[in-house]
Design a protein. Structure first.
Length: 207
């Protein structure tokens, strides 16, 4: 008998393949990735945690876009700041008035600005935009869209001040608004009539 030891060569690649096959067979069902059937299109598998994270990211992105689109308003001034600014404004206005009066001694004191001045300012602006005040012989410049915007501002003023005006102030505002709207209706009706073109004349011989 020979004392030379005998060696047996083992193919460890086959053993490793067998171990991997057994591991796959004994794995939990939820850990196995489903294999799509032949001919089926690509499938996207999204778990609940990924879906929630994507939804949160989309909401955050939309909120960021809203913040970018809407300009951030500064905080309102405090009561002390408003009082201080009003005092500085009155003092500056008084200095300006004194300078003008020094150059024009005969000029009287300017009238106190009131609510009726605001209403009249809107009214005059709307009428000028509708062509009033043009010099004789000149074609009036009409800004019909601007006039509509000014009249709408008068309407907003009437709506927001409802119940907070005196009887005289409310009567002035309602009268001015009614007159401005009537002028607008007359002007737009003229524009419609002038905008309609006459039909072309019939061809010769068919009169």
């Amino acid at each position: 008998m020979s004392d030379t030891p005998k060696f047996e060569v083992i193919d460890r690649r086959k053993m490793k393949a067998d171990e991997e096959r057994e591991s796959r067979e004994t794995a939990a069902p939820e850990a196995i990735t489903p294999v799509p059937e032949p001919g089926a299109g690509p499938q996207l598998v999204v778990n609940e945690s990924s879906r929630e994270a994507a939804a949160k990211e989309a909401d955050a992105h939309a909120a960021g876009q809203d913040r970018e689109q809407a300009p951030e308003m500064p905080p309102p001034p405090t009561a002390a700041e408003s009082t201080e600014q009003k005092a500085a404004y009155d003092a500056s206005s008084k200095r300006l008035e004194d300078l003008i009066r020094a150059q024009n001694p005969a000029m009287g004191a300017p009238p106190q600005v009131g609510f009726e001045h605001l209403v009249q300012q809107f009214y005059v602006t709307a009428m000028i935009q509708m062509g009033a005040g043009a010099q004789e012989g000149q074609r009036p410049q009409i800004d019909i869209l601007g006039a509509r915007g000014t009249i709408d501002l008068l309407g907003v003023l009437a709506e927001k001040t409802r119940g907070n005006l005196s009887e005289a102030e409310d009567r002035t505002l309602q009268s001015v608004l009614f007159d401005a709207r009537m002028a607008f209706l007359e002007l737009t009706s003229m524009i419609n009539v002038q905008g309609v073109q006459a039909p072309p004349p019939p061809p010769p011989g068919k009169r």
